[in-house]
Write a protein that binds this ligand. Structure first.
Ligand code: FFO
Length: 818
C-alpha cells in the first residue's frame, strides 16, 4: 500500500462525513464518499436524529467520544449558522431510586472529566420552568451537553473535507464489494466501480447489508424509536406566561424513569420515547417508510405505542397543557448486542473497516478514533469495548443480536447494576462442570456468553460465613456473604475454581517462538516447561493485553489470553510462510484452578508426577495424569495461592472435576466462584486487563515493568518503552484502602485528591483475608505514594481512603512459592 491509500467511505451520514474530515485532516485525501441518497439530508438516521448530545455514560470511551463531539461541533458552523448549541443537559429523578442513580451518574461524569452537578428540585425548576416541580425529586445538570444540528454538522464537516480534496457522490448505491489477494479491492455501485485500498462502512443501520457483501455478520439490529413534535406550546413564547416566560436556552431534558427525552423546537417541544415495545426492522423487506422517498429511515408513526409516553410527558410538563402531538414518526437507528458501536478493521477481511452503530452523540469522537487507528495504528481512546473483533462466534448469531439488541433498547435508560447480566439467550456456553455447579446451587451471572458461578449456595453452611461483614444495599446485589466464606476457605484450605472461560490460544510451528517474541514484551526463549507472564503492546507501548505463555514444547506454546482481540492481534503478525499455526482452543477444552495451602495435598495423591515444590516449581508447566485424566498443569495462580491450573479436553472435564472434588472432601475443599476470585486477586494486586489497564496505559505506570525485557531483541512497542522507561509517569495505578471497611465500592467511581477530582476507580472488592475494602485507581503521580490521603465518591458521598503499599496480601510471596 502506498502512503496515501485510496479510501472509499460508504455513507454520507454524520459518521461518514466526520470520518472524511478526520482522515483528511490527518493528510489522507484520496477519499471518495458514496451515498445512496441525496447530500446531506441523506435519508438515514442522521437526517431524522433529534441531535441531543448527553455526554455522561458508564463507559469512559463513550463519554469521551461524546465530549469530543460536543467540543468539535461547538466550533462548527454552516453558512453562519452554528451546528451545536451548548444548552446544557438536565436529567430529572421522579423516584428515589433514580435520585440515587443520578448520584452515580454524577460520579461517572466526574471520573471522566465532564463538568456536572447534582441539583435540587428548585434548581431543576429554574433550569426548566416547564417542569412540574411536585414530581421532581432531584436533578443532574451537565452544562456542556447540548443540541447538534446533525445534518448541518455532517455538511459542515463534509465541506471542510471537500476543501482538502475529498469527493462526495450522491445517489450511488453500493451493490457489491470486490476482493483481491485477500484484501478488499473495490466497491461496486449502480453507477460504476470504485477502486479502493480501504473501504469503511459508515452505512448506519444499513450496515448489515454491506457486511453481507463480504460475508460478515454484523451484530447490529435496526430498531425504530418514536419521536414526536407537539403543536405550539404557549408557555414557550408567552412572556410572563404560565411558566413565567421561558428562556431561549432551555436545556435538553431526560426523564429516564419514563424512558423519555425532550428538546425544544422553537415554540414546540420534541419528545423521544424508549418506552414502547422494541420495533426491530427487517432489512430484507421494504421499510415501508412514512417519511417519503427521501426519508426511508422514518417509518409510519404508530400512535397507540406513543399514548402512554404522551400521558407521562404531560404529567412531567404540565405546561404542555392543551398542546397535541402534531407529527410523529418511528425513526430507525442502530442497536448492537452489547450497546457499543462497531469500530475498526474486520479481522476476516483486511482493508474492510467499520464505523457503525454510532449515534450523533458520539459521532465525531468515534470517527476520530477510527481515523487514528487507520493512520497511526492506535488511538487516544480506549477502544476495547468498541472494536469489531470483540465478539466470539456464538455472539454473532442473528437471533442473539436481535434478542440482545432489543433488550438494550428496553434497558437504555434503566438503572443497571454493573453485575446485572442479560437474561436472554441463556444458557449459551457452559463448562463441563456446569451440572455439578448447578447441583451445588451456583449463582450464575453471564460474561462473554459463559455461565459463570459467582458463589455456591452449598457453601452456606461454611463456618467462615459468620466472619464476613455486611455491606450496603447496592454492593449487596449479586453478592452473598457466602462468597466471602469461599475466599477465606481458599486462603485457609483449598478451593476449586472453574477457569474454563479463560481464553486459550495454541501457537505451534517452527516460527512460533519468534512470533511470540516479536509480539510481546517478556523473554519467552526459556526452557520447555516454563510459564512466562508477558504483555501484548501496541507501537506506542500501550498494553493491549496481558498473557501467560506456557512453553509446552520447543515449538508449542499455550497462551492464556483475555479477549478475541488478542487472537486477532497475533493473527495479523503471522508470517506468510506458514511456519506458525495459531488457534483458539478455549472451546473444547476446560480448566480447573486448584488453589490454597492444601492444594498439593489434594493433587499429589492423584498423580504419579512430582508436584512437590522442587519437582514442579512456580510458573512451571508439565503434562500429567490426574487419576485417568490427561492434563496440562500450570503452576500459576491468579488468586495468589499455591496451586495449579489443570487443563484437559472437554470430554474428560467432568471426570477431572469429580476426581478433584472427591479427593478434596477430607481436606475441606470448596467449590468457589467469581466473586471470591475477584476479591482474592485484588488482595494480591493482580491486574485485570480491560478494567485496571488498557492500551491507554504503558507497563511502567501500570506496575508491570517487571514483564518487560528491553534487552531481549525487537518487539512491538519496544521503541516507545525505551522512551517511557525513565520518564516519570504522569499517573499510576494505585491500591487504595478505604478507612471504613464496611464501605464497598464497585468501580468507575471518581477519586478526589486535595478536594479535586484526580482519577477513577478501576476495580474494587472487599478483601476478606486482609479485612479491608480495596479499590484500585488511576491517580496522578503526585497522589500515588503510599500513605497519600484521597476520597472516593460513592453515591454522592466522599469516602476517605489511603494509598496503600501493594500487594496487601503476601507481599513476600510465601504463600505461593512453597
Ligand atoms: N493466563 C493464565 N494461565 N491464567 C490467568 O489467570 C490469566 N489471566 C490473564 C490472562 N492470561 C492468564 C493474565 N493475568 C499473573 C498476573 C496476572 C495475570 C496472570 C498471572 C501472575 O501470576 N503474576 C505474578 C507472576 C509474575 C511473574 O512471575 O512473572 C506476579 O505478578 O507476581 C487472568 O486474568
Amino acid at each position: 500500500m502506498t502512503a496515501q491509500p485510496a479510501v472509499v467511505i460508504i455513507g454520507a451520514g454524520i459518521v461518514g462525513c466526520a470520518l472524511s474530515d478526520e482522515l483528511s485532516a490527518r493528510g489522507w485525501t484520496d477519499i471518495t464518499v458514496l451515498e445512496q441518497g441525496p447530500l446531506f439530508a441523506t435519508g438515514g438516521s442522521t437526517s431524522h436524529a433529534p441531535g441531543l448530545v448527553f455526554q455522561t455514560n458508564a463507559s469512559r470511551a463513550m463519554s469521551e467520544f461524546a465530549a469530543y463531539t460536543a467540543r468539535k461541533y461547538a466550533a462548527l458552523s454552516l453558512d453562519g449558522r452554528p451546528c451545536y448549541r451548548p444548552l446544557g443537559g438536565l436529567e430529572v429523578a421522579t423516584t428515589p431510586g433514580r435520585a440515587e442513580e443520578l448520584k452515580r451518574r454524577h460520579g461517572w461524569a466526574t471520573a471522566w472529566g465532564i463538568e456536572s452537578r447534582l441539583v435540587d428540585t428548585e434548581e431543576c425548576a429554574r433550569l426548566y420552568p416547564l417542569l412540574d416541580r411536585d414530581r421532581v425529586l432531584a436533578g443532574f445538570h451537565t452544562p456542556g451537553d447540548g443540541l447538534a444540528d446533525a445534518v448541518a454538522a455532517a455538511a459542515a464537516q463534509a465541506r471542510t473535507a471537500s476543501g482538502r480534496g475529498v469527493r462526495f457522490l450522491a445517489h450511488h448505491t453500493v451493490t457489491a464489494m470486490e476482493q483481491h489477494a485477500g484484501r478488499v479491492s473495490a466497491v461496486v455501485t449502480d453507477q460504476g466501480v470504485f477502486r479502493a485500498d480501504i473501504v469503511v462502512s459508515c452505512a448506519g443501520f444499513w450496515g448489515p447489508l454491506i457486511g453481507r457483501m463480504v460475508g460478515a455478520e454484523l451484530p447490529l439490529v435496526p430498531l425504530a424509536h418514536q419521536y414526536v413534535r407537539t403543536t405550539p406550546v404557549p408557555a414557550l413564547t408567552a412572556p410572563g406566561g404560565a411558566a413565567g416566560g421561558v428562556a431561549e436556552d432551555l436545556p435538553i431534558l431526560r426523564h429516564q424513569d419514563q424512558d423519555l427525552y425532550f428538546r425544544r423546537h422553537g415554540d414546540r417541544i420534541g419528545i423521544g420515547s424508549y418506552a414502547h415495545r422494541p420495533l426491530p426492522v427487517d432489512l430484507d423487506r421494504p421499510l415501508g417508510g412514512g417519511g417519503g422517498p427521501d426519508m426511508p429511515s422514518a417509518l409510519a408513526f404508530t400512535e397507540e405505542d406513543f399514548e402512554p409516553s404522551w400521558q407521562e410527558s404531560r404529567r412531567l410538563l404540565p405546561a404542555l397543557g392543551a398542546a397535541k402531538v402534531e407529527e410523529g414518526f418511528n425513526g430507525v437507528f442502530s442497536f448492537t448486542s452489547d450497546g457499543f458501536p462497531l469500530l475498526g478493521e474486520d479481522p476476516a477481511l483486511p482493508g474492510f473497516w467499520l464505523a457503525e452503530a454510532v449515534w450523533v452523540t458520539h459521532s465525531a469522537g468515534a470517527a476520530a478514533a477510527v481515523a487514528e487507528l487507520m493512520v497511526d495504528g492506535r488511538s487516544r481512546f480506549d477502544l476495547h469495548e468498541c472494536e469489531i473483533g470483540r465478539f466470539d462466534q456464538v455472539q454473532l448469531a442473528p437471533s442473539y443480536t436481535r434478542q440482545r439488541g432489543c433488550r438494550n433498547f428496553v434497558e437504555v435508560y434503566d438503572i443497571l447494576h454493573p453485575l446485572q447480566p442479560a437474561e436472554q439467550p441463556r444458557p449459551l456456553r457452559v463448562s463441563p462442570f456446569h451440572v455439578r455447579q448447578r447441583e451445588l446451587g451456583g449463582y450464575f451471572l453471564e460474561a462473554g456468553g459463559w455461565e459463570r458461578p459467582h458463589w455456591f449456595e452449598a457453601n452456606a453452611g461454611l463456618p467462615e460465613v459468620a466472619e464476613v461483614p455486611g455491606r450496603g444495599e447496592w454492593a449487596s446485589r449479586h453478592w452473598s456473604p457466602i462468597a466471602g466464606a469461599e475466599a477465606l476457605a481458599t486462603r485457609r484450605r483449598v478451593g476449586l475454581y472453574d477457569m474454563t472461560p479463560l481464553r486459550r490460544l495454541e501457537v505451534t510451528g517452527p516460527g512460533a517462538l519468534a512470533l511470540l517474541q516479536g509480539a510481546t514484551s517478556n523473554q519467552l526463549d526459556k526452557p520447555v516447561g516454563t510459564v512466562t507472564y508477558t504483555l501484548l503492546l501496541d507501537e506506542g507501548g500501550g498494553v493491549c493485553s496481558d498473557l501467560t505463555v506456557a512453553r509446552l514444547g520447543e515449538q508449542h506454546f499455550q497462551v492464556g489470553a483475555n479477549t478475541p482481540l488478542d487472537l486477532i492481534r497475533l493473527q495479523r503478525l503471522l508470517p506468510e510462510d506458514g511456519s506458525v499455526q495459531l488457534r483458539d482452543s478455549t472451546a473444547g477444552t476446560c480448566c480447573v484452578g486448584v488453589w490454597g495451602p492444601l492444594a498439593r495435598e489434594l493433587v499429589q495423591p492423584l498423580t504419579t508426577a512430582d508436584f512437590s515444590h522442587r519437582g514442579f516449581g512456580y510458573f512451571k508447566a508439565r503434562r500429567a495424569w490426574i487419576g485417568e485424566v490427561p492434563v496440562t498443569a500450570l503452576r500459576v495462580s491468579y488468586v495468589g495461592e499455591l496451586g495449579w491450573e489443570l487443563y484437559t479436553d472437554a470430554d474428560c472435564g467432568l471426570r477431572l472435576w469429580d476426581t478433584l472434588w472427591q479427593a478434596g472432601q477430607p481436606l475441606g475443599a470448596v467449590a468457589a466462584g467469581r466473586s471470591a476470585f475477584n476479591s482474592l486477586r485484588l488482595e494480591k494486586g493482580y491486574r485485570s486487563w480491560g478494567a485496571d489497564l488498557t492500551a491507554e496505559h504503558h507497563p511502567y505506570q501500570a506496575g508491570l515493568g517487571f514483564a518487560v525485557r528491553l534487552d531481549k531483541g525487537p518487539f512491538t512497542g519496544r521503541e516507545a518503552l525505551l522512551r517511557l522507561k525513565d520518564a516519570p509517569p504522569e499517573r499510576q495505578l494505585c491500591c487504595l484502602v478505604l478507612d471504613d471497611p464496611s464501605a464497598v465500592v464497585l468501580g468507575k467511581e471518581p477519586v478526589y485528591a486535595d478536594g479535586a477530582p484526580a482519577g477513577y476507580v478501576t476495580s474494587a472488592a472487599y478483601g476478606y483475608s486482609v479485612g479491608a475494602s480495596i479499590a484500585y485507581a488511576w491517580l496522578p503521580a503526585s497522589s500515588a505514594a503510599p500513605g497519600s490521603r484521597v476520597e472516593i465518591e460513592y453515591f454522592g458521598e466522599r469516602l476517605p481512603a489511603r494509598v496503600a503499599a501493594e500487594p496487601l496480601f503476601d507481599p513476600r510471596m510465601e504463600a505461593i512459592r512453597c
